[in-house]
Design a protein around this ligand. Structure first.
Ligand code: NDP
Length: 256
């Protein structure tokens, strides 16, 4: 094994929600390893800024406006990526959202927004990239779960259901597509300092202190903590790793 097993030169990666937070943290890692990055998200200003940053660092990067809850938009995303770059080697299905409401009050509409954004979009994006990956004889799919893939969340039932589902979906993709040399693995972030959790910290009193106390590493995760795991799971170094759900959580999930 040499460092070249982690080399992503010539590979093309789609990163949904890659314009900020954990997605951009992974995109930075993939770009540094040599991959071309396609950022798929809705906010054009944030996405163009992310593309500018990646390009400045020497990577090839491109923004394709995409709402992951729209199946046609996902098809257009993969069509446009194939047209421009001729290949899709890596899909990072990272886009996500949450609605913080307990099960007795969350509405069906709110439930569907979270399930569609976090879970259904992961299946649909995987379906869109599958033909190109199968034809190429290799592919890497990285999905994003959560500590709520493992634990219940009294304040976020739709989010927990979606993230539990993402793990089982990933295992199913892994089983179905291993014969095509496509690996699918799920990253389970702990509490990471991003826009999503900054909102939670404002809404939930004492959250910051509770996260520090509950996390053995005694800190919030940072977006740069996701660069290495993304490169590993996107590269040949992980060719015999599939269907795994890997915590990146400072020990949160193993703390009694
Ligand atoms: P952010 O809020 O910073 O990022 C969310 C990203 O998802 C944005 O880039 C946003 O882009 C994109 N997104 C949301 N909805 C859509 C949509 N309908 N179509 C396309 N893109 C969309 O959050 P994080 O970086 O924290 O979250 C990234 C992932 O990590 C999510 O799946 C989240 O559930 C997961 N996660 C986060 C944890 C944390 O502690 N931060 C813990 C566990 C999991 P735009 O608005 O431009 O569309």
């Amino acid at each position: 094994m040499t460092a070249s097993a982690f080399d992503l030169s010539g590979r093309v990666a789609i990163v949904t929600g890659g314009n900020g937070g954990i997605g951009l943290g992974m995109a930075r890692g993939l770009a540094a390893a040599g991959a071309t990055i396609v950022i798929a998200a809705r906010n054009a200003d944030k996405s163009n800024a992310a593309v500018a940053e990646l390009t400045k660092s020497g990577a090839a990067a491109r923004f394709i406006a995409t709402d992951v809850t729209d199946e046609n938009a996902l098809k257009s995303l993969t069509d446009a990526t194939l047209k421009e770059f001729g290949r899709i080697d890596i899909l990072v299905a990272n886009a996500g959202t949450t609605v913080r409401k307990p099960p007795q009050v969350i509405s069906a509409a709110e439930w569907h927004i979270v399930i569609d954004t976090n879970l259904t979009s992961t299946l649909l994006a995987a379906q869109c990239v599958y033909p190109a990956m199968k034809a190429a004889g290799h592919g890497k799919i990285i999905t994003i779960g959560s500590m709520m893939s493992l634990f219940g969340a009294s304040y976020s039932p739709a989010y927990a259901a979606s993230k539990g589902g993402v793990v089982q979906l990933t295992r199913s993709l892994a089983c179905a597509w291993a014969q095509d040399n496509i690996q699918a693995n799920c990253i389970l972030p702990g509490w990471i300092d991003t826009e999503m959790t900054q909102g939670a910290r404002q809404q939930v009193e004492g959250l910051h202190e509770r996260v520090l106390k509950r996390t053995p590493a005694n800190r919030w995760g940072e977006t740069r903590d996701f660069a290495g795991i993304a490169v590993f799971l996107a590269s040949n170094a992980s060719d015999f790793v599939t269907g795994a759900a890997i915590p990146v959580d400072g020990g949160y999930s193993v703390m009694a």
